[in-house]
Design a binder for this molecule. Structure first.
Ligand code: NAP
Length: 277
């Protein structure tokens, strides 16, 4: 498994498992659990979730999927902005730990910026870390201005990642946020890496993929995986698709293929407000 190095020096898989909407459909549950377990078997041992997903149902399903295998997993969860106060974050983390049936979360993220001051959230994260409830902390959906503000606060330089919307059709972060994160050596977790499935139906990508003997999902993921400090977290509740998606790890795109994708999906030509889903 390709890995990405966190600022702490710890290496995590560059391919993780997303879980938005997992656990919502009782008929899909068994296959969703089997898919997460297959992911672990195949080395995709990073699982991304949030207290928001299905109001805790995704975390509960993950607990079932990783039962007896906790130590294999690098577990990422997220706190709602309205819970990210000094008291609220501690309580939210306890609830997540209980649903996940574990004693620690490997990486705990602020899901997006809300009204609680960033300094207060950082303080809560540092307390959780000291208490061993979380091993690393980070943020999600923070733009450059937010990141620069965060960086000046106590504990700000301790963030392990910024989880962001990033895929071939959403390249806005390449303008100034991604370069800034690179400078600070903060890896990006690219969420919705296949644009919630929509890139699979993209004609330009489908033609590119066909020309080069891969599937559109593989092309979208291989493009992100061509960057050394990007972790992809595609979601699928189906084993066959997981195997297909993992195939992206075996596809080192050539310079010519990357240039072709730049032609088809242009990099940003100006600054835009950070996009999120
Ligand atoms: P995504 O991973 O880009 O796409 C998931 C969708 O694509 C699902 O509907 C899935 O359906 C389908 N899919 C997966 N592989 C496929 C394939 N090979 N062929 C065709 N369809 C395929 O979108 P996402 O779930 O929004 O993002 C991934 C993860 O990032 C989330 O699950 C979540 O963990 C995280 N996330 C974080 C934030 C944030 O604010 N921090 C926001 C969004 C997402 P099936 O399951 O039926 O295969």
């Amino acid at each position: 498994m390709k890995t990405v190095t966190l600022p702490s020096g710890e290496r995590v898989p560059a391919f993780g498992l997303g879980t938005w909407n997992v656990g919502d459909d009782a008929a899909a549950r068994a296959e969703e659990i089997a898919t997460l377990r297959l992911g672990l078997d195949l080395g995709a041992t990073l699982i991304d979730t949030a207290e928001m997903y299905g109001d805790g149902r995704a975390e509960e399903l993950i607990a079932e999927a990783i039962a007896g295998r906790r130590d294999e997993v690098f577990l990422v969860s997220k706190v709602y902005p309205h819970n990210a106060s000094s008291k609220g974050a501690l309580a939210a983390c306890e609830r997540s730990l209980e649903r996940l049936n574990t004693d620690r979360i490997d990486l705990y993220l602020l899901h997006w910026r809300g009204n609680v001051p960033l300094a207060e959230t950082l303080q809560a994260f540092m307390r959780l870390k000291e208490a061993g409830k979380i091993r690393h902390y980070g943020v999600s959906n923070l733009d450059l201005k937010d990141m620069q503000e965060l960086w000046r606060l106590p504990g700000g330089e301790g963030v392990a990642t910024n989880q962001l919307l990033y895929n071939l059709a959403r390249r806005g972060i390449e303008w100034n946020l991604l370069p800034w994160l690179r400078q600070q050596r903060v890896p990006v977790m690219a969420y919705s890496p296949i644009e919630q499935g929509r890139l699979v139906g993209n004609r330009k990508l489908a033609e590119f993929a066909k020309r080069h003997g891969m599937t559109p999902a593989q092309a979208a993921l291989a493009w992100l995986l061509a960057q050394d400090d990007v972790i992809v977290i595609p979601k699928t509740g189906r084993r066959a698709r997981l195997k297909e998606n993992l195939g992206a790890l075996d596809l080192a795109l050539t310079v010519a293929q990357l240039a072709e994708l730049d032609q088809l999906f242009a990099p940003p030509a100006a600054a835009h407000a950070l996009e999120m889903l």
